[in-house]
Design a protein around this ligand. Structure first.
Ligand code: FAD
Ligand code: FES
Length: 274
């Protein structure tokens, strides 16, 4: 960690993949440390990434903490900084500072069934948790992944999700039927109800657009999941990432420090400022 907490370490882009193309394009990047080594992270933490001269953005670390050689980030093109990332090439140097925020309490969940529910770019923040649980498969009971995109072309990590089948129950969905699609057709909350996962000895982790999270949580409650069995991450706009600027607060919490991971039992009592 540099003396100046705002000073980023340098990383080199080692790999770029187009996950989703078109209007809501998502690219996945592997960033390697330029100077040999850098920070460890836990599942659910984020990093502030910078393109020099273009700005910084908070992005979830999408690789498992078990992966040491690089950190993975999947970035949707929405504005200035994310577009600057999409314009980069392998070999380009970026800034990275972190890790920031809290993490999923994965050690408390060993011996439990895990139900992951993601939508759109919301698979990235829960991907380190999914891949860590799969790498430590014997520590967990059933693992189920529900994931949906608007269309089949909006499904990210498609090949990786297919590889999980066998050790993990994977249910993919798209909003409207397309020729050749053999997964569920409908919104993610309905896809969950269609399979009605049991709340017995289970934890549900959901991330995606706020409207999806709202209905997923309602449906999980209907299935018998208690609020403390449901976890999510929130993406309030952030500036400093270290609890100094007040940009990200929800009620009394600076999300960059207290979040982004919350159980629904904690989040439901905070003002709806996320
Ligand atoms: C904890 C955390 C984790 C995140 N993880 C990821 C990730 O893994 N991948 C990813 O692509 N993005 C992620 N984001 C969102 C990302 O930080 C923002 O999209 C980023 O600020 C975009 O920067 P920009 O300069 O491209 O867009 P800007 O030019 O700043 O904004 C473009 C548009 O997006 C809106 N916007 C910007 N930030 C947010 C936000 N946080 N929530 C809602 N709308 C916003 C703006 O209002 C504007 O309409 C995360 C955010 C947080 C706080
Ligand atoms: S981003 Fe500055 S306090 Fe959270």
């Amino acid at each position: 960690m540099p003396d100046n907490i705002y000073l980023p370490s340098l990383g080199r882009i080692a790999y770029i993949k187009d996950e989703v193309v078109g209007e809501r394009a998502i690219k996945t990047f592997h960033v390697e440390p330029l100077d040999g080594g850098w920070f460890d992270h836990d599942c659910g933490q984020c990093a502030m990434l910078s393109v020099f001269g273009r700005g910084e953005a908070m992005i979830s670390i999408a690789s498992s903490p078990l992966v040491k050689g690089y950190k993975q980030f999947s970035i949707m093109r929405v504005g200035r900084v994310s577009s600057a990332f999409h314009d980069l090439s392998v070999g380009d140097v970026v800034g990275i500072r972190g890790p920031y925020g809290n993490s999923f309490p994965i050690d408390d969940w060993r011996g439990k069934n895990l139900v992951f529910i993601g939508g759109g770019c919301g698979l990235a923040p829960i991907w380190p948790l999914i891949t860590t649980a799969v790498a430590q498969r014997g520590d967990f009971k059933d693992i189920t992944v529900f994931y949906g995109g608007r269309t089949s072309r909006d499904i990210m990590y498609r090949a990786e999700l297919e590889k999980l089948r066998g050790s993990v129950d994977v249910h993919l969905s798209i909003d409207k039927m397309e020729e050749g699609w053999d997964g569920y057709c409908g919104f993610v909350p309905a896809s969950v109800m269609n399979r009605d996962p049991s709340p017995q000895n289970a934890i549900a982790i959901t991330c995606g657009p706020p409207i999806m999270i709202k209905f997923v949580i309602q449906n999980l409650n209907k299935l018998g999941f208690k609020d403390e069995q449901i976890y999510t991450t929130i993406e309030n706009k952030m500036k400093c990432g270290i609890g100094k600027c007040g940009r990200c607060n929800v009620g009394k919490d600076y999300v960059c420090v207290k979040g982004p991971v919350y159980s629904w039992a904690e989040l439901k009592y905070l003002p709806e400022e996320y």
